[in-house]
Design a protein around this ligand. Sequence first.
Ligand code: AMP
Length: 116
Amino acid sequence: MTEETIFSKIIRQEIPTPLLYQDELVTAFRDIAPRVSTHILIVPNKHIPTINDVSESDELTMGRMISVAKTLAKEEGIDEKGYRLIINCNEDGGQEVFHIHMHLLGGQRLGPMLSV
Ligand code: AMP
């Protein structure tokens, strides 16, 4: 298990980042460097470094991340027009912060799914 990241400090509010949502399993806050007009991160409260580290006991948490994305998309008013959910994994996936996070991206027409 790798070291905790800045996301654990945000979850515990040791770094006072405004939270959009928090429950016993997940936390959501805005990305500090938004790529599109709505760019939210949904993270498990537990430090899980990558998708490769997810275990069966995390399935409720991973499902909750999707449910929270759905709720936040509605709150942001982007649910009908659409949005994209992304989880990057390791180097080839472009992961920079090693605490699983789901990007909720929308509020404008998104480009092609991948640029390689
Ligand atoms: P990834 O490339 O999937 O690991 O994405 C990491 C994301 O975390 C990037 O979009 C960063 O802009 C975002 N990020 C890094 N530090 C913070 C922070 N302190 N608060 C909010 N978002 C952050």
